[in-house]
Design a protein. Structure first.
Length: 282
């Protein structure tokens, strides 16, 4: 803890990559805004993910934000995780996430368990578990930001996977959908939803009025992940038949698209995040 004006304040290490280039998004703007607001309650220091492990011993807690896909710095990320456990420094989000934080294996597990997800397998022998489709999406299990994504004709999918090692790739039928929608949570509490009316423009988002059924769908995955605190984004697609299917459960460093919500919603999110962090560091 540090002292400012006679008040003891927790120190917060905000891990971000202000130089990361993402398609259709300006990560740096969001984290500059968040850091400026969190300074009202914490002593905030920003650092690059490659520097996080070395700076952990100077902080009361760590907030992992828009730090880019960890596959770009795997050794630094593993060093950060190990050091955080060693020093018992609280990390936000906790390092126990079962969603994207742990790779894409959860999509296979949830598909097998009958959750409302895009049907997913990771072995050629399991292709028969997928519905027949004209095209299939094939992507690396450890991929991010659509890196390595390709589409394969249904007639060629068996041959395409014949030489691939099991457990490396994910295979899904290519789903025709009306739009993608994202639900944003802090801890177990829903904050707001945004959707992309045009399927070809994923990050051109608009506010979405989530129904009770929509929130029941999203909360099912929040409950499954069982994080004690943190920010999570549930990404889904609305099929042509009207069903919601999970696309991704982002529980490591979800981009929040705070520039796409109104001021009242944005302020409520900041207040809820600040309270959550304070309860973790108190």
């Amino acid at each position: 803890m540090t002292t400012r004006h006679g008040v003891r304040r927790p120190s917060l290490l905000l891990v971000t990559d202000l130089g990361y280039q993402a398609r259709g998004r300006r990560y740096c703007d969001e984290d500059i805004f968040l850091s400026s607001r969190l300074r009202e309650a914490f002593d905030v220091a920003l650092c690059h993910p490659r520097d996080a492990a070395a700076l952990l011993d100077r902080s009361d807690a760590v907030l992992v934000r828009n730090s880019g896909p960890v596959l770009h710095y795997p050794e630094a990320y593993e060093a950060f995780r190990a050091r955080a456990v060693e020093l018992r420094v609280p990390v936000y989000n906790p390092l126990t996430g079962q969603g994207d934080m742990a790779g894409k294996e959860y999509l296979v597990e949830l598909s097998r368990a009958g959750f409302p997800v895009i049907p997913t397998v990771d072995r050629a022998a399991d292709l028969g578990l997928l519905p027949e489709a004209g095209e299939y999406a094939v992507k690396p299990k450890l991929g991010a930001d659509s890196e390595g994504l390709r589409f394969v004709a249904g007639s060629d999918i068996g041959a395409e996977l014949a030489g691939e090692a099991d457990g490396v790739l994910l295979v899904q039928p290519r789903i025709g959908f009306r739009y993608e929608v994202s639900f944003y949570f802090v801890d177990q509490d829903f904050q707001y939803a945004l959707y992309a009316p045009d399927p070809e423009r994923r990050w051109v988002l608009e506010p979405y009025a989530a129904s009770a059924e929509d929130l029941d769908f999203a909360r099912r995955f929040i409950v499954w992940n069982s994080l004690p605190y943190g920010i999570q984004r549930v990404d889904a697609c609305r099929t042509a038949e009207g069903e919601l299917l999970l696309v991704e459960l982002e529980d490591l460093n979800p981009y929040l698209s705070l520039d796409r919500v109104g001021e009242e919603v944005r302020e409520a999110f900041v207040a809820r995040l600040t309270a959550s962090l304070a309860s973790m560091t108190g």
